[in-house]
Design a protein around this ligand. Structure first.
Ligand SMILES: [Zn+2]
Ligand SMILES: [Zn+2]
Length: 415
């Protein structure tokens, strides 16, 4: 086929699909069932895919997006633990922020100035590893308010969230030092709320009709918790990491959506990941929740939808995980993958996959950007300054271009 006729064929195909799609829509309006043609395929694609930033939430609607469903060693298909909860009242929450999830958040096209609340279930790197990049990246993207963090205390103060956040600020002192005089850095503040890890079903957050409670979890060390968010009659429960425990069993009953860890079966930890058998048993059943244990937990919770996460979810592992869960649980179930999206209303829970645009840039801020406070610039030493090649013949025209476009009179720092 010549390039011209190829182009014509492609246009004809697009026209046919769009026409068929529109015809299907009008059929739908008339209450008829569309014939099983490419029209039906187009409708199915529309039903099963969530296109980020194209849908507003209803007044009674909660959207939960899986931004990390895998294991501590991240892979292209699955980042480590992170769940975004968006509510119909405009509020947004991150539960855990594990390694690799930050780019998944960018794919949701949410401006950084709309996300300032992060809840940690515990301080494992697969549940907090992307906090530094989200925190400091958010300042570059114009989050102008402090990042708000909620996390548990530990058995002693040095194992608590507050200590970890203090040390994080020290760890990134160089990063912070570079930004103060260059961007509006108000978003670099951290507002940390540490709550008692052993508080049982106590309120740790209550604003705008949203209540979040914590319950103790059994995982790693003292200082792991699970969360329950309630809003407008909807109940979201999130285990973070835990083995089955009485607090989850008692307090998450009847959740609309219950997200609980469901680890790889011990035998797969041995055969696919090279664990020693005893390591696999310890990690897979005594440190984490095996699929069979997950099923027992969900049989007690009886949620409208049970969601299992925290395993490498592939064509060969999923049937085995499912088979084991089904030994102990026969209710509604989803085994999560990154970008799975759950729309929860009182009437329905809709599960789709989010379309991912690899080309997307992090969303620009909604608030107006302010000029930086240049008095906060930490100067270079004379030594480093002595190495600069200022190239005024190419740099000055760049300044001239911006000054002319934006009616400013800025000058290069290095002349
Ligand atoms: Zn953990
Ligand atoms: Zn974990």
């Amino acid at each position: 086929m010549s390039p011209a006729s190829k182009g014509a064929a492609a246009i004809a195909l697009v026209v046919a699909i769009v026409a068929g799609y529109l015809w299907g829509r009008s059929d739908e309006r008339a209450g008829r069932v569309a014939p099983l043609t490419e029209t039906a395929s187009a409708k199915k694609a529309e039903l099963d895919v969530y296109y980020p930033a194209t849908e507003s939430l209803g007044k009674n609607e909660m959207r939960v997006v899986a931004l990390g469903t895998g294991m501590p060693s991240v892979r292209p298909k699955q980042a480590a633990a992170c769940w975004l909860v968006e509510l119909g009242n405009g509020e947004k929450f991150l539960f855990d922020i594990g390694s690799g999830c930050h780019e998944r958040l960018a794919a949701q096209k949410i401006p950084y100035d709309l996300i300032d609340k992060v809840f940690f279930g515990h301080l494992h790197v697969d549940h907090m590893g992307d906090l530094p990049s989200f925190w400091l990246g958010g300042t570059v993207m114009n989050r102008l308010t402090p990042l708000r963090i909620w996390g548990p205390s530990g058995g002693t103060p040095e194992y608590g969230t507050k200590h970890a956040m203090d040390l994080m600020k020290q760890m990134y002192v160089w990063d912070i030092g570079t930004r103060g005089g260059v961007i509006d850095f108000r978003g670099g503040q951290l507002d940390v709320t540490e709550f008692a890890f052993d508080a049982v079903n106590e309120v740790i957050y209550e604003e705008k009709g949203v209540t979040i409670r914590s319950i103790p979890a059994v995982h790693g060390l003292d200082g792991a918790v699970s969360f329950i968010l309630e809003w407008n009659g909807l109940k979201f429960a999130y285990s973070s990491d835990t083995i089955p425990n009485k607090w989850w069993a008692e307090h998450t009953k009847g959740a609309d959506i219950a997200i609980h860890e469901c680890f790889l079966p011990a035998v797969l930890l041995v055969t696919k990941q090279g664990f020693a058998p005893l390591e696999a048993l310890n990690v897979g059943t005594q440190g984490h929740t095996s699929p069979e244990q997950f099923g027992k937990v969900m049989s007690m919770t009886k949620p409208r939808l049970a969601v299992g996460y925290h395993f490498y979810n592939d064509f060969d592992t999923q049937p085995e995980v499912m088979r084991r869960v089904r030994k102990t649980y026969d209710g509604p179930l989803a085994l999560a993958l990154d970008y799975m999206v759950f729309n929860v209303t009182p009437d329905e829970i809709r599960v789709r996959m989010s379309a991912v645009d690899e080309e997307i840039w992090p969303s620009p801020p909604m608030k107006k950007r302010n000029p930086p406070d240049t008095s906060k610039v930490i100067p270079f030493s004379d030594f480093t300054k002595s190495g600069v090649l200022p190239y005024p013949e190419v740099v000055q025209p760049i300044y001239d271009e911006i000054n002319e476009l934006y009616d400013t009179d800025y000058e290069p720092i290095f002349k």
